[in-house]
Design a protein around this ligand. Structure first.
Ligand code: MN
Length: 253
């Protein structure tokens, strides 16, 4: 069944009803990338998504967990040949995580190099206060030929966005990003053929509850307003972009 919506970054395993969410993604035709924060979650996520036409699982090691879990990069590397999608990975130089920043960079560099060596991986990347560093690692090893990168919840500057786009990065846009005038302005500067949508649930709320993949419909509607295009056009654009990305990933060696 062809997808109708795209949630390219959701932590399905952080909801109490993980398996019900997988069924919901299938029913609502939301192509969903289930990101993970530790490689220990890979197996269970794979089992739950095994028969799902819409849910794909990404192998992850979240930068905010590196202070306690840097050792898990070895497990990550062991599992990587099984994974086509990678995330959540990246760097976080915010005040709460800056203490582990050197370790984060060592881990991220290993992850990016391993992805480049295997080729054809699609990465969803966290880059809080660290866009320039993230791009430098990607540029050194991965882009543009050895893999594909999606900057999730991008909050960098316009010139960083331009640099990322020049390297071939995609950007996944969530509801929170469209709530601020400043971020809306930034979204308008991104190349439209590199836009995807995401919920980043459960870290983004819809009203009083955590966002679910099906809520991405509202994000497409808001994005359409931001870009001054009809909602159906934005819906088609996001699906086309997902198709381009998936085809490009397959053609990589
Ligand atoms: Mn996330």
């Amino acid at each position: 069944m062809r997808p109708r919506w795209v949630d390219f970054h959701c932590h399905l395993d952080l909801y109490p009803d993980h398996s019900a969410l997988v069924a919901e993604c299938d029913r609502e035709r939301v192509a969903t990338l289930a990101v993970t924060t530790t490689p220990k979650a890979w197996q269970r996520n794979r089992e739950l998504a095994e028969n799902s036409p819409q849910v794909r699982v990404a192998l992850g090691l979240h930068p905010q967990l590196i202070a306690e879990r840097a050792d898990e990069v070895a497990l990550f590397e062991n599992l990587l040949p099984q994974a086509r999608y990678v995330g959540e990975v990246g760097l976080d130089a915010g005040p709460r995580f800056y203490g582990s920043f050197a370790a984060q960079e060592r881990v991220f560099e290993r992850i990016v190099a391993a992805c480049a060596e295997q080729g054809g991986k699609i990465l969803t990347i966290h880059s809080v206060r660290a866009v320039a560093k993230v791009l430098t690692h990607l540029e050194r090893h991965l882009l543009p030929d050895r893999g594909h990168a999606i900057l999730h919840w991008f909050t960098g500057t316009a010139s960083e966005a331009k640099r990322a786009a020049g390297l071939g990065c995609y950007f996944s846009i969530n509801a929170e990003m469209l709530r601020s005038e400043k971020h809306e302005r930034l979204v308008r500067t991104l190349p439209v053929d590199r836009l995807l949508t995401e919920t980043d649930g459960p870290f983004v709320a819809v009203g009083e509850r955590p966002a679910r993949p099906r809520d991405v419909q509202q994000t497409v509607a808001s994005l359409a307003k931001t870009l001054s295009m009809p909602a159906e056009e934005a819906e088609a654009l996001i699906l086309r972009n997902l198709g381009d990305l998936a085809r490009a990933g397959r053609h990589n060696p």
